[in-house]
Write a protein that binds this ligand. Sequence first.
Ligand code: FES
Length: 314
Amino acid sequence: MDAVVSGRRQIATRTVEIALERRDGRELGAWEPGSHVDLHLPGGLVRQYSLCGDPADTGRWTVAVLDVAGGRGGSRAVHERLVPGTAVTLEGPRNTFPLVAADRYVFVAGGIGITPIVTMVESAARGPVPWHLLYLARDRDAMAYADRLAPHGDAVTLWSDAERGICNVAAALADRGPGSTGGRAAVYCCGPEPLLGAVERLAAGWPPGTLHVERFSAVAADTSGDSTLEVQLKRSGLTLEVPAGCSILEAVERAGVAVLSSCREGTCGTCETDVLDGVPEHRDSVLDEEAREAGDIMMICVSRSRSPRLVLDI
Ligand code: FES
């Protein structure tokens, strides 16, 4: 979709909110909390950002972007080049972080990780299910949308490291996490890697499927044991040899078969592919534990195979 930047405002330290509208004035469309959009930036970069505006406003989408020190250029391009009137291209929305039914919700956001969480919180607040948000940041000025969360009172814990020291997440969730009473919990976490890692370690003791995480960046995979695998593309009638060091996605593209992709590092969900036979070895940051176990879909940009052969619906 051809779009244009229709607004920009500073919402926290090094964080801008960008509003987007279609260039032809038509609606952008509906989306659900947790969704992200692919933003094609001036200069050719494509980045995924969570939609964090009002899902009921189908004419205007907003994203919020932290200027990441030492980043790969996407956030810098947003901060330097996206001003009202700038033309951009959008793809999506896509939701790899949907709000599932539960008896209560626990949200954990670290810094800019609030972007997918804030709309989930607002959605939960409109329903009957109890919820709580733990929102961690370096200091108050780094907390985007703290003002927007203020009406929710005690349901939101704002944790500023500068004021309270580094948060012990295990202790902070002790009486709110899945181990506490109160029915089947769903825990949503988005933020920097150390926070995700801490929550994932806690989740080892939770019922399967409790934790849902959204990562900004790829998880490092051990590729040292990779070997050539055979991939059969059922619909295309092709069988490919995929050597170590080459992704299934690259092999499929080299064979001349068109498939959708965007991030190419296992974080966006665009290359999700149905697995018809074989056992995928998941290396993405998108699928939850249940989907990994089921093994009937995979992200072919990074994932490989536990079985010598995979049959894909391509
Ligand atoms: S292209 Fe983004 S997950 Fe594969």
